[in-house]
Design a protein around this ligand. Structure first.
Ligand code: ATP
Ligand code: MG
Length: 452
């Protein structure tokens, strides 16, 4: 069953239950108050009669007086202590025949059901004791058919049934409208999801009016998710095409040298050596590149950090010690205090510093300096070189994936253009910043900011 139909049926059923309950309450309260009003009127009448008749009146005078009080379909009796009717006036033979006279010493009202001409009918009978001095002399009984009540009851019943049916019908319509309104965004979402499933292309749901309800929040969340998915897919596609493009160049070089080797290598050792050297260097390049690709893929997949307290002074000392031997370059470390602690993922920060030092080594020939500083807001790590520098208008591009300022030169140095992109991603994960200041021909200063 569709959820709209379910909501519709359930709301209508609930509404009907409430209506039926309310109708019962209305019906019974109405009946009760009407009978009570009739009772009060009859007691009032009985009181008036008792005031009007006294012991001095003759039997025929009493009956005449009683007749004055007769209303339509009623009787009035005076019953003595021996349960004998001493006086009776009636304008409804059937009524006085069906209701037996009863002597009662207290004031009370009862309803009876009698079988009348048109089926069963309610009769209201009241008893009032006749008191003379302190003595009860008999009981005054007044009986009256509740004909008006019957009619009113029927009308009320008809009205209530009509109103309930109308309300049920309206509730059915309203429920349908409500269910449709609630389900519309969900249905749209389902259609969009089905389209995505069929085409495999992520799509967002159009949102017309901003209602700020849960359904809209759901649609917005869905759209945000799709947007992220789209960005990730684009990134992935871009990465695959960039990466294969990057791999194509060294592979072409390897292939052409391999061809050269095949054709002339065996006779000419000079050519053979050149080819082998080139093939070896390009293969090394591919190896390094694939390692970097893996690094990047891991970084983008698992961006969870293992945050600990890291002393950047000892970290830099360790890195520099290792790299000095590999690069055979002068790298000096400057710091005013030790330790300088940051909250970070040690391995990732080490990676960033190595990326910066690797660049400094590749793009300069003189000494390299590393400065560690700490101020109120930040801990700053600076890597400074006096090398070729970066043109001002290129500084913003160098964080892009595979971006290299001078492609030809980078080929010599073996760069893939991923180092600074990785460094930037890691700094973003740490809520930190990376800033590059550089002057062409004079050198470059890269600063890492860790906010406290
Ligand atoms: N210290 C620097 N001095 C001069 N140019 C630099 C320096 N650091 C980076 N660059 C320029 O920015 C580009 C991007 O640097 P990045 O570290 O991202 O790539 P790469 O060094 O070429 O390759 P990879 O680091 O992936 O091996 C470099 O190709 C280079 O042109
Ligand atoms: Mg680099």
């Amino acid at each position: 069953m569709k959820i709209t139909t379910k909501i519709n049926l359930l709301t209508t059923a609930w509404m009907l239950c409430i209506l039926i309950l309310v109708n019962f309450v209305v019906f019974f309260l109405f009946m009760k108050t009407t009978v009570n009003m009739e009772e009060d009127m009859l007691f009032q009448k009985a009181g008036n009669i008792l005031k009007d008749i006294d012991n001095n009146l003759s039997s025929s005078e009493i009956e005449r007086k009683l007749e004055e009080y007769l209303t339509e379909h009623s009787y009035i009796r005076i019953i003595d202590k021996g349960n004998k009717v001493s006086h009776e006036v009636s304008n409804d033979k059937l009524l006085s025949k069906k209701v037996k006279a009863k002597y009662k010493i207290s004031k009370q009202a009862n309803t009876h059901l009698i079988s009348a001409e048109k089926g069963e009918e309610q009769v209201l009978v009241v008893h009032v004791p006749i008191i003379n001095g302190n003595q009860i002399q008999g009981s005054l009984e007044i009986g009256e058919r509740l004909q008006g009540l019957e009619a009113r009851r029927e009308i009320l019943r008809a009205i209530l049934i009509f109103c309930t049916t109308l309300a049920a019908f309206l509730s059915l319509l309203g429920g349908r409208w409500l269910a449709n309104m609630i389900m519309r965004p969900i249905s749209k979402m389902i259609i969009t999801m089905e389209e995505i499933e069929k085409s495999g292309v992520p799509k967002t749901i159009p949102i017309q009016n901003k209602t700020k309800d849960e359904l809209q929040t759901m649609a917005l969340t869905f759209n945000r998710m799709i947007d992220r998915l789209q960005v990730n897919m684009e990134k992935q596609n871009q990465f695959v095409s960039d990466a294969s493009h990057e791999l194509k160049t060294p592979l072409t070089v390897i292939k052409s040298y391999a061809n050269l080797l095949r054709r002339h290598g065996l006779e000419n050792t000079e050519i053979a050596q050149e080819a082998i050297k080139a093939i070896h260097s390009e293969a090394t390049r591919i190896q390094k590149m694939s390692e970097t690709f893996l690094d990047l893929a891991t970084l983008e997949r698992e961006n969870v950090l293992e945050i600990i307290d890291v002393n950047v002074v000892s970290l830099c000392q360790d890195i520099i010690k290792q790299l000095k031997d590999v690069y055979r370059r002068e790298i000096t470390l400057h710091f005013d205090e030790n330790p300088i602690i940051i909250r970070a993922d040690e391995l990732k920060i080490k990676q960033v510093i190595i990326i910066l030092l690797d660049n400094a080594v590749k793009y300069s020939k003189e000494k390299i300096e590393v400065y560690l500083e700490k101020n109120e807001q930040n801990v700053i790590i600076q890597v400074k070189d006096y090398g070729i520098g970066i043109p001002q208008d290129e500084i913003n591009n160098i964080f892009e994936r595979f971006y290299r300022v001078d492609k030809a030169r980078s080929r010599e140095t073996g760069g893939t253009g991923l180092g600074l992109h990785i460094a930037n991603s890691i700094m973003k994960l740490h809520d930190g910043e990376i800033k590059v200041e550089s002057t062409e021909g004079l050198g470059t200063n890269v600063k890492l900011f860790f906010h406290k």
